[in-house]
Design a binder for this molecule. Structure first.
Ligand code: FUB
Length: 453
């Protein structure tokens, strides 16, 4: 981000946070869009698109991944997939979805082809949820027309996988068990009034309210198809069916148009995790945000007894933690509930780390269980200029547990582990604020931290 945007972001996010204890948007280091959450073992992985700063169109070059085990502290897992992974793609790294099958992760994504034939769907494969991913085919998996965007993938109980996608049409294919090929025809879903309602404006322009961004899954015996519905600005709606192949029955709006801090598009994603249901979407709520600078957010919801999805409000407060963080294990610096001013970067030797740290920037980590209390605080840092990390409890001005003076390394970027004693004993569960101090910009880089007993 440029300097002006960074400054605006610092001032605004600090004000917003202090007033409201914001948890949404989930990511504040970059603009993210088109959420695709996936539960794998005990972790939620969130795959997103990435709006470039100051975009005036959907300028998107890569996809990003985040993970959490508590729904509030999200770890930046970098960009495991980009246009550069697809030799046949030129631009438009738009909305995708990743799924696990038979020991591998398959990430379906739309891109604009370099041969001038428009959008097509590709598939990347990896042995781990955070990559490295590689193009599974070296060519598109599907190219059926000019609206091949927004793939959503689902594996039914009988093992049959379905890939849905499209704008303005809605299509699907049955994927083969290898997940990188399909059998049978590309089927176009009838976009009629019963299945997908009518547009709230410009009803003559499209046959139904369906716009784009399908998200398909099954719960109990019911198949759900969520999507962005129109006109524009979009709201989020859903239809249900007794089969993954339809026919679909329109149900209702889930999230209305976000009037304040919204984007003119939206994109749903749903998971169940730890006995709770979560609804992901995007808005334009970060400073500098809007239709082409979007941010992913999440809300908790409860299905109604008949399986209906209720109206879900977009909130700044977001969701509650589902467990506490253990601070006696190494926590990556890029595990963040909320932050102001910092960015993340990636290096071959240490992976993702926090950078662009200036005076007054901070990272908040929520619901940290100090137990009977730590004796020391330890951090792996690479000092550039003299600086410090203040370790505070519960707020930016909260109780100062300790202050780690970060000594610059003998050469720039030299990583060292530095340790400081705890000045004021603290016990129990708290939010932790790591507040950065120093006289210059780019004080140090920050890899991880932990408390010692
Ligand atoms: O993010 C680019 C495009 O905007 C997506 O593919 C659509 O769903 C809309 O969100």
């Amino acid at each position: 981000m440029n300097k002006f945007l960074r400054l605006a972001l610092i001032i605004l996010t600090t004000c917003v946070h202090q007033l409201t204890h914001a948890q949404n948007p989930i990511v504040q280091t970059i603009y993210t869009a088109d959420p695709a959450p996936m539960v794998y073992k005990d972790t939620v992985f969130l795959y997103t698109g990435h709006d470039e700063d100051k975009s005036t169109w959907f300028v998107m070059k890569d996809w990003h991944a985040y993970s959490t085990v508590d729904m509030v502290n999200w770890t930046d897992r970098g960009s495991p997939l980009s246009l550069a992974n697809f030799s046949w793609a030129k631009k438009d790294a738009w909305a995708g979805q990743c799924i696990f099958r038979n020991g591998k992760f398959y990430w379906y994504v739309p891109m604009n082809q370099s041969n001038g034939q428009g959008m097509a769907l590709g598939v990347a494969v990896s042995d781990t949820p955070t990559g490295p991913f590689k193009d599974a085919l070296g060519k598109p998996l599907v190219h059926s027309g000019n609206g091949d965007i927004d793939p959503s993938v689902f594996i039914d109980d009988d093992g049959q996988a379905y890939l849905y996608w499209g704008n303005p049409y809605l299509k699907y294919v049955k994927l083969n068990p290898d997940m990188v090929s399909y059998s049978g025809q590309v089927i176009e879903v009838p976009l009629n009034r019963d299945g997908f309602h009518v547009r709230y404006k410009d009803a003559d322009k499209r046959p139904s309210a369906y716009e784009e961004a399908p998200w398909i899954y099954k719960r109990k015996d019911l198949y759900y198809l969520l999507y962005a519905a129109g006109g524009v600005p979009e709201h989020l709606a859903y239809s249900t069916s007794k089969s993954a192949a339809g026919p679909w029955q329109y149900r209702d709006t889930i999230m209305t148009i976000i009037k304040k801090g919204g984007a003119f598009t939206n994109h749903p994603g749903v998971i169940d995790y730890n006995g709770k249901s979560y609804f992901f979407y995007h808005n334009g709520a970060l400073p500098g945000g809007g239709g082409f600078n979007r941010s992913v957010a999440v809300e908790e919801f409860n299905y109604l007894p008949d399986g209906s999805i209720p109206r879900i409000a977009n909130t700044v407060a977001g969701v509650k933690p589902v467990k506490h963080l253990n601070p006696y294990q190494i926590t990556q610096a890029e595990t963040i509930a909320w932050q102001s001013g910092v960015e993340t970067a990636q290096a071959d030797d240490i992976g993702i780390y926090v950078t662009q740290i200036s005076n007054g920037d901070y990272i908040k980590i929520r619901s940290v269980d100090l137990g009977k209390g730590p004796n020391s605080f330890e951090a792996r840092v690479a000092g550039m200029s003299p600086g410090a990390i203040e370790v505070r409890l519960d707020s930016l001005q909260g109780r100062l547990l300790s202050k780690l003076i970060v000594k610059p390394g003998s050469s720039e970027g030299q990583w060292t582990t530095q340790l400081v004693k705890i000045r004021h004993k603290a016990t129990g569960v708290h939010d932790l604020f790591l507040v950065f101090k120093g006289d210059t910009d780019q004080l140090f880089n920050f890899d991880w931290w932990r408390f010692n007993k």
